[in-house]
Write a protein that binds this ligand. Structure first.
Ligand code: GSH
Length: 349
């Protein structure tokens, strides 16, 4: 096997730039100036880099590899990056920390609200009816199986007003928080993880032509929120330019193709030591069980199967073999919004 390419910090971010979820990770890495590799993906499956090479059934974007460990879901990815690259590490820039209990709670609540609070559904229903994507039968069929709801234009036309009403309420919540004149959502001096948790659906929609009618949601109606969006974009633009400059000097981030990414992963060490296992987990699952793992909110028909090797309050870890090469990798997912089921061995008989 050819030798593995040098990947900065052994981080590979599989994503496509239009993905609002993936931007959370791109922003985090760039704001912290953490050099990494990206492996660009198409906006819909098949994604052979993930399915045929790594053997992942999980179809959501983004996915992050660190060494031989593969992390699913931005909630887990952000918490793993914060743990592995702590603010105290002088090689990287810190984000403003959430120091008070109120800041910590607001940061957590903002993350749950934007990821689990139905915002993604509402935001998707604000995509303008004229969007080319809604007229592409392949994309529509793919997203119908992904979300479980109809992406038919007539249905979208019916739901859109309701989605706008809900998003207006969501913009209103942010406007309330920002109305005391704070520059950043937790009242910090510079951006914090709280800004990343909060900003992504609003940034995505506010920049999409034709998504938001100006008499319902606009800079005039939500001035503090729109000013904050601009401020945040300025901060990430600056960070992205700095990252590009470092790459041009050969010092930092890079792009890799799927085959190179796979080679790096299978030739790496595990980034994490043996995962912890809580024997008293309420599910009663035992270490070494053969299980299936899948998300419950979207992309729920894509189930991964492997050996259960880690189980904590926050995280589940399964071990499986890459499809190409049969090398062991560990797949990490958050507990919230994921289901783990022991495989009924008798069903195979
Ligand atoms: N809770 C997941 C949600 C990820 C998600 O829904 N990603 C979208 C892209 S923004 C997706 O995978 N869409 C279908 C696709 O790209 O195939 C996360 O935080 O990572």
């Amino acid at each position: 096997m050819a030798s593995s390419p040098e990947i900065p910090n052994s981080i590979i971010h599989y994503h496509y730039p239009m993905s609002p979820y993936a931007r959370r990770i791109t922003w985090y890495l760039n704001l912290r100036k953490i050099p990494h590799a990206t492996c660009p993906q198409p906006i819909m499956p098949p994604r052979p880099d993930l399915s045929s090479l790594l053997g992942l059934s999980y179809r959501r974007i983004p996915v992050l590899a660190i060494g031989r460990d593969i992390y699913l879901d931005t909630r887990l990815i952000l918490s793993v990056l914060s743990r592995r690259f702590p603010a105290s590490d002088p090689r990287f820039l810190p984000l403003s920390p959430a120091t008070t209990p109120n800041q910590r709670a607001l940061q957590k609540l903002l993350g749950s609200w934007t990821v689990d609070g139905g915002i993604f559904d509402r935001m998707a229903h604000c995509i303008p009816l004229e969007s080319a994507l809604l007229s592409d039968p392949k994309f529509v069929a793919d997203r119908e199986s992904f979300t479980g709801w109809s992406w038919d234009k007539a249905e979208y036309a019916q739901v859109r007003p309701e989605a706008l009403v809900d998003m207006r309420q969501a913009f209103g919540l942010l406007e309330d928080v920002l109305s005391d004149g704070r520059a950043w959502i937790l009242g910090t001096e510079t951006p914090s993880l709280g800004d990343i948790e909060a900003v992504w659906p609003f940034d995505w929609l506010a920049q999409m032509d034709g998504a938001l009618p100006a008499d319902v949601i606009s800079a005039r109606l939500f001035p503090s929120t729109y000013a904050w969006l601009e401020r945040f974009r300025g901060a990430v633009r600056e960070a992205a330019e700095a990252a590009e400059k470092r790459s041009a000097q050969g010092g930092a981030s890079m792009q890799v193709k799927g085959e190179e990414a796979w080679r790096h992963i299978v030739q790496s060490e595990f980034a994490e030591a043996k995962p912890e296992f809580d024997e008293d987990d309420p599910t009663g699952l035992t270490e070494g069980a053969e299980v299936q793992l899948w998300p419950t909110d979207s992309g729920f028909t894509n189930k991964d199967q492997g050996t259960l090797v880690g189980l904590t309050k926050e995280e589940v870890v399964i071990s499986m073999q890459t499809k190409q090469g049969g090398e062991e990798i560990r797949i990490h997912a958050p507990r919230w919004g994921f289901r783990i089921r022991e495989v009924d061995k008798s069903a195979k008989l």
